[in-house]
Design a protein around this ligand. Structure first.
Ligand SMILES: [Zn+2]
Ligand SMILES: [Zn+2]
Length: 237
């Protein structure tokens, strides 16, 4: 009983809203919490999916289940995969699933796991960070994951925002993009292994060349010293 309007092509924003709601319900279901599908459906139609019918929102949720199953991922029990998902819709859903969802308190939690740290920093970086994060004065080393240090994702995000896409070592634009963002690596000027802090005053965003130079070149000490004059926020530790 969908009207033509409710059946029309869904925008990327609408698909993203449906995917975000779906993933939030999925994580609650996996945590053993009850989910109220009818309620979530109504909330979506009162917001991002205004003008869509209950049935078409339900059908999108089943589309998301289809794509998740195809990707070998978990789905919500109550949304049986729909059979006929258009190729364009499936593509938009896959893109929305890869896109980081809304920022949650968990994204601010320090971690020693590099992949998690980068995931959190990349998410935080999408919105301007107004206040310089405090960071961690004495990062702890974990025993488990190969002697990594616990670091603050917000420090990484903030430092890269400050660099505005340019290497703070050589001043050149990042050599390439990753996931639509300039690729710069965050380096601790006084190394963490030398008890350097994980604070903005000890971290710079560098292109891969300058980063290697800091660690391996024969002029690494002079080059490192030059960073303190180039980047005002740095404080020798
Ligand atoms: Zn550079
Ligand atoms: Zn480094």
């Amino acid at each position: 009983m969908d009207t033509e309007k409710s059946n029309g092509d869904w925008s990327e924003v609408e698909i993203q809203a449906a995917v975000d709601a779906y993933l939030s319900m999925l994580s609650r279901e996996q945590n053993g919490q009850a989910i109220n599908k009818a309620h979530e459906n109504r909330v979506l139609r009162e917001g991002a999916l205004a003008g869509r019918t209950k049935g078409s929102v339900e059908f999108r949720m089943q589309n998301i289940s289809t794509v998740l199953v195809e990707l070998g991922r978990e789905r919500i029990e109550g949304y049986k995969p729909a059979k006929n998902v258009g190729a364009n819709v499936a593509k938009s859903i896959r893109e929305a699933l890869n896109a980081p969802g809304p920022v949650t308190p968990e994204d601010f939690v320090p971690t020693a796991d590099e992949a998690t740290l980068e995931q959190r920093a990349a998410k935080l970086e999408r919105q301007p960070i107004k206040v310089e994060p405090k960071g961690i004065e004495k990062p702890e080393q974990t025993q488990s994951s190969g002697k990594s240090y616990v670091r603050d994702p917000e420090v990484r995000a903030w430092v890269r925002q400050q660099a505005e896409g340019k290497c703070e070592g050589c001043g050149k634009p990042a050599p390439f993009e990753k996931s639509g963002r300039p690729f710069l690596e965050v380096h601790h000027v006084k190394h963490l292994a030398q008890e350097g802090s994980d604070r903005p005053s000890n971290a710079v965003a560098l292109c891969p060349n300058c980063h290697r130079r800091c660690h391996h070149s024969s002029d690494r000490e002079e080059f490192t010293a030059s960073l303190y004059t180039k980047v005002k926020r740095l404080k020798p530790e």
